[in-house]
Ligand binder design. Sequence first.
Ligand code: FES
Ligand code: FE2
Length: 376
Amino acid sequence: MSSTLSNPKKTELNGQELSDLESVSQAQVGGLGQWFLRDMWYFAVASKKLKPGKMMPKTMLGEPVLLGRDSEGKAFALRDICPHQAVPLSDGVFDGKTVQCPFHGWKFDTAGSCQEIPSLCSDQSFPVCKIKTASYPVREVRGGVWVYFGENTADLPEVPEAPGLGDMLYEQATTTLMLPIHIDYAALALIDPAHVPYIHNSWWWRSAKTLREKTKHYVPEGNGWTAVKHQPNAHSIVYKLFGKYIEDEYSFRLPGCRREYLTFAGRTFIAGISCLTPIDETHTELNHTTYWTFPGTGFIEPIVQYFVTVFLGQDQSVAIKQEACLKHKPKLIPTIKDAGTPGAWYLRLKKEWADSRREKRAFKNPVPDSILRWRS
Ligand code: FES
Ligand SMILES: [Fe+2]
């Protein structure tokens, strides 16, 4: 895919807007919709979907990955290609300790080292354990399995978990949807406030009839930004019902995680994290995990799933329409202020992360402390 940012010299904008466009020029962002960020954790699957003694194949960042959980409960991830004659290991058998390739029966442990080659006779010595399929670092955080993609495994970044939960007890539910677009377009939509009144217009949320001016304070944090705690706008019935004791804080972290939590009288009652995982150049998986802090209310999961699926399905329906248009490789202007500013920050953060890793230096968060204003 080779869609590009609009050439600023050809746009009919005033000088101020022109400089905004130039500040995220094609050269600076290194190409919208063209590459994946590496040296980064990506959400793979909800923990409870990966049962002990089971494995599952998954394409992530265009790579075939075997996700599994051993019989002792430890999650692992291997390159899903047998190094002998290139058959998917996930088509074989997993006994809870080793994965056996379906072609010639070679066995690999969960770190990817070969343990057995059945065709060897007892007097034929061979350094079996020197044969390996690559393994990926894996971490489980708050009910999600994350896989690290990168060559630099010495200094791993933090896994971007849901905020505001501390050591509270909670219930959780993960909703998964496929978006037929590159992660860059999905990320721009995830942090774009301007689409909300037009796309998320269910009767129980809000409509586009009453656009209001919003002002929010953003600060750089981690490898992203945080919109500091504020009272939510009373657009939606949901917020109107809960009253004025509610506060909201949302944030973004690379590679494509929007995080949010709401407090009532200072206590977090709901939190969530939406994670974008590139499947390939033109498909991105969206996993949203909702956490609610009323232990023993796991039975409301179908209700949570219903509302989240409707909400994210609205984003998915736009992504399907975008897919049809992006095939024509149009020039785009994704960064008009101020509603588009978080999108511009995403592109800069991504570029800076890649640059800092390549240049072997500390990441320098390029997001300025800002007050953003828009109508939505
Ligand atoms: S291809 Fe896997 S054992 Fe031969
Ligand atoms: Fe949305």
